[in-house]
Design a binder for this molecule. Sequence first.
Ligand SMILES: [Cu+2]
Length: 454
Amino acid sequence: MGTGGRTVRSGRLLAVLSLAVAFVALILAAVAFTTRPTSPTVAGTLATAAPVLPNGQVRTFSVQLGDLWVRPSSISVASGTRAVLRVENRGGESHDLQLEGGKVGTGMLDPGQSRTVDIGLVGQTEQLWCTVPGHKAAGMILTITVPGSTPLGTSRAAGTATHDAVLDPAATPPSGWHPLDPVLQPAPSGTVHRITLVAEDRELPVAPGVTQDMWTFNGQVPAPILRGQVGDLFEVTLVNRSTMGHSLDFHAASQPTEAMATVAPGHSMTEEFVASHAGIFLYHCGTPPILEHLANGMYGAVIVDPPILPPVSEELVMVQSELYFGPPGRSGDYSAMLAGRASAVVFNGYADGYAFSPIHVPAGKPIRIWVLDAGPSDDTSFHVIGAQFGTVFKEGAYLLQPGSPTEGASQALDLMPGQGGFVELTLPTPGRYAILDHHLDHAAIGAVGYLVAG
Ligand SMILES: [Cu+2]
């Protein structure tokens, strides 16, 4: 009992001491805040430090974070209020909230985790946002409004603006540059395919003179092409060496969303599926915002051969996608992705790549070109200038095969984002044949290449 009494007394003593410490801290914070200079250029005036005196109010707000939302998204306090946020992550992904300027934040919160953060005296309208890439652009912002004040963010944002890269039609790639090899290899033997995909951020050239911080699988865009036969088992291990969570969504698989869980940085996960049907299927990162993860390069193809695939002299694969340039060396511009303003439309990750480095194929012999529209948002109308397709396979079915009683031919394979197929054609005589997306606005910004028949 006596021991218990001492504990109670020392507990009270501790409580009194902590109150005193907290009071002193509050006074110090108030002094620090009032002497903190405000932004020097607001509306062109040289504003002197506008002292913010504590108004004696301490307000605590409950804030919930979800997958790409913050509730509430705005709170209002009187100038001089000390704001305390109890932040809970109710989403399925990791999130945080950080005050602009980066001085105060919750740190990263796992799903279900909560943390209380004291952001001190608020004298002006300020914002906090989730620092996971893309989440702020997707709307994960909490605005603390002080009625009558000027938002701090307006002047800061203007000072740090960096312009998005632009496609230069006159530029050429540096010597030594090569596009991805477009030649498709036959499916490996065996019925079980074990593949490791490493998610890693990498600065890659995407157009002459333009590099972007791409979010990749195995350091390349598009990601590796996987190939097998109907009935094969694919065991894919995702190793996340990136700075943010990523996942894998295989269109070749039929499985619940749980199988596509986001893997945190430093972790890995193995996912398996049986390829039950033939076609060329998209795979991509499915972590929100999917638009941003896919547009930044996290896409590839799984090719499952139809049971009877006639021999051809060459097989090529063209994965078409859009790029939405961010500033040089940075990741893509999410607002441009949302607005559908592509900076470039590309085959296999590089603008006009096969125009700068044409693909050599035999003349007079059938070739097969697999085409996948990875999007994220635009369609393709895949065409070869000077050639007709005798075979068209689209989304699991032959639209046209040699010997058709209609004696028809096809001029373009149309695909929406997330669709794929192949065409077979013979380039009759030696020479140069252009491949392009016959959406000519796409061809004008990178969706052009050449086949050189010889
Ligand atoms: Cu991702």
